[in-house]
Ligand binder design. Structure first.
Ligand code: SF4
Length: 328
């Protein structure tokens, strides 16, 4: 066992709290001493892929609820004013539905302040697109960050893939340099960034997906969400699926892919998600993904059997988080 391997494996009983990767749960316990509940919010946004600015059809996988993570139905969410009381358990107010920076800054300020002022929130997480972070929004985020020193503000960017051919197929609507500019601008404000990646997109080979992970290692990211492609009712992706233009992954294929991604990911990056988390009533395929607990158990079992762990095949990265406190 090399020194490098030994050090990383020490994380399993230490920083990662028994898991073979750095989960959000472990991060929260390390940082704050307790778990937190995420409350998904629908604050009435739309997105440029839906309102006609770029397109009217939305991303090919996106359900009518417009979740940046696909498949959370709008009626399962609460509005920003309806953050529930939770006893003493702290909450993460998650602005999830559609593009949650896509409104005038004054309106955003009211929404974000509502959530930040709420006595039960430990912080807010805002899902958006990298092309929806204009200067006035960045200025607002920087100001709130300086003002609310006891709460966190995270930004979640829907990247999904680095490959332009796939980006065109899914109708993402922005090019890779736009993502890079957004990450650097947010980093300059010390705002932690979480990136969403979809595994199993049509036309993508395993090596293409691993290239996306290797690429992400170059940036000062706080976290990554690795999400299984879900085919949801009412989407254009479902039409292509019905025409048998592509197949979804089997559980075995997904585990193989996911473990390879985790092994290549920087050990400092927090994994906020390792499965899909869509609305079950909308799910067409893959049906096995409905049983999230089974998927997670299978993942943990297989990682142990293979002696697999996050960063096992990590090639190193330019990871600014170690030098600048990007996790707070
Ligand atoms: S995934 Fe996000 S950017 Fe794409 S259509 Fe849905 S809400 Fe808009």
């Amino acid at each position: 066992m090399t020194e490098h391997t030994r050090n990383l494996k020490e994380n399993i009983s230490g920083l990662w709290r028994g898991k073979r990767y750095y989960s959000l749960e472990a991060f929260l316990k390390n940082q704050y001493g307790y778990r937190m509940k995420k409350v998904a919010l629908d604050a009435g946004f739309t997105c440029p892929n839906r309102d006609g600015t770029l397109d009217t059809r939305g991303c090919i996988f996106c359900s009518a609820g417009g979740s940046g993570e696909f498949a959370v139905s709008a009626d399962s969410m609460v509005s920003a004013e309806q953050i529930p009381e939770s006893g003493n358990e702290p909450l993460i107010a998650y602005f999830q539905a559609f593009t949650c920076t896509y409104a005038p800054a004054a309106h955003l300020e009211t929404l974000y302040r509502n959530a930040l002022n709420h006595p039960f929130t430990a912080g807010i997480s805002i899902a958006t697109r990298p092309d929806c972070l204009p200067e006035e929004v960045l200025t607002l985020l920087g100001r709130l960050k300086r003002e609310y020193t006891d709460k966190f503000i995270w930004i979640e960017l829907g990247l999904q893939t680095i490959h332009e051919s796939t980006a065109a197929y899914i109708r993402r609507g922005y090019a890779l340099p736009c993502f890079e500019q957004a990450v650097h601008a947010l980093h300059a404000l010390s705002i932690p960034v979480i990136v969403h990646v979809i595994l199993g997109l049509p036309g993508e080979s395993k090596s293409m997906m691993l290239q996306t992970i290797e690429y992400l290692n170059r940036f000062p990211l706080f976290g990554v969400k690795l999400q299984l492609l879900h085919v949801l009712k009412g989407t254009d992706l479902a039409l292509d699926y019905e025409k048998q233009l592509f197949q979804t992954l089997t559980l075995e294929e997904y585990l193989d892919l996911l473990i390879s991604c985790i092994e290549r990911l920087s050990p400092d990056t927090v994994l906020h998600r390792v499965t899909g988390d869509g609305a079950k009533e909308l799910l067409i395929a893959p049906i096995w993904s409905r049983d999230k607990k089974k998927v997670l158990n299978a993942l943990h079992h297989r990682m142990k059997l293979q002696d697999s762990y996050q960063g096992k095949h990590w090639k190193g990265s330019i990871h600014y988080a170690a030098e600048t406190d990007c996790h707070l």
